[in-house]
Ligand binder design. Structure first.
Ligand code: MG
Length: 267
């Protein structure tokens, strides 16, 4: 049944570009998500002081391919890596290279995988060794805000319910900066589909969620200002004030009940 790409955005209709997945597509999205989750697990064990971000990238690519999937980011709009590695004040889209991970770093890893043309996408920020209390709290709020958004990702709710839940979770803690220029997204046969999923918004507004839609929710939370800078490499996004940032993301399938997190390992 082809239900995607309806053009009407009248109430109750599915906006242009938002896709409803078939059961078969969802099964492949689950597989792709599990590859992403397993790869993150391998990377978590590999991150230690002295390893370079390029070595982490190689580990990620090897793992994804060994699981029979294709790295989703490599070559995407010319991105050279399998992995986005963003350290400390880097928010997202860091290019793997010679940089060595150090004790006390916050390392954000973002990766995607493709199985049978369907995508999974997830990010996580890991602390390396001992970090100070401010950073521990920043990590906690980043992850909590992702789950606040996931909890609202239920058929019948609107996108604004998801966005505002993320925003409220963050702003209830302290004056953190919520990144605005980069947002979550629909996902399926493409890495980035409609709708955009901002990490701030007004409850009750926006696209109505339906069963078998899929979205990648990805709050980026800064210790200081929400403002960002794009580096000369045209990829790496940093905080404008040089303070650290965290990034947490899962790919989520909407259902009538509890959302399915494809990029979380089945326990
Ligand atoms: Mg994403």
């Amino acid at each position: 049944m082809k239900t995607n790409l309806k053009t009407s955005d009248a109430k109750g209709e599915i906006p242009q570009g938002v896709t409803i997945k078939t059961e078969k597509e969802l099964a492949y999205m689950w597989e792709a998500g599990q590859v992403v989750a397993k790869t993150h697990q391998v990377l978590r064990r590999a991150i230690k002081p002295g390893i370079t971000t390029l070595e982490l990238d190689a580990i990620a690519e090897r793992e994804i391919r060994s699981l029979g999937a294709i790295p989703a980011f490599k070559g995407y709009r010319g991105f050279p890596g399998t992995l986005c590695v963003s350290v400390n004040d880097e928010i997202v889209h860091g290019i793997p290279g010679k940089r060595k991970i150090k004790e006390g770093d916050l390392v954000s890893l973002d990766l995607g995988a493709i199985v049978a043309g369907l995508y999974g996408d997830a990010a996580v920020t890991w602390p390396v060794g001992e970090i100070n209390d401010n950073l521990v709290k920043l990590l906690e709020v980043g992850e909590a805000s992702l789950y606040a958004g996931i909890q609202k990702s239920v058929s019948g709710n609107r996108l604004g319910d998801v966005s505002s839940a993320i925003q409220m979770e963050i702003e209830s803690r302290s004056s953190y900066g919520i990144v605005r220029e980069y947002v979550g997204h629909g996902i399926g046969r493409q890495l980035h589909e409609q709708p955009s999923v901002p990490n701030y918004g007004i409850a009750g507004r926006g696209v109505q969620l339906r069963a078998n839609m899929a979205i990648a929710i990805e709050p980026m939370v800064n210790l200081g200002t929400h403002e960002t800078i794009l580096l000369d490499d045209d990829w790496t996004v940093k905080t404008a004030d040089g303070k650290p940032s965290v990034h947490f993301e899962h790919t989520v399938i909407i259902t009538e009940g509890t959302p399915i997190i494809t990029t979380k390992l089945d326990q």
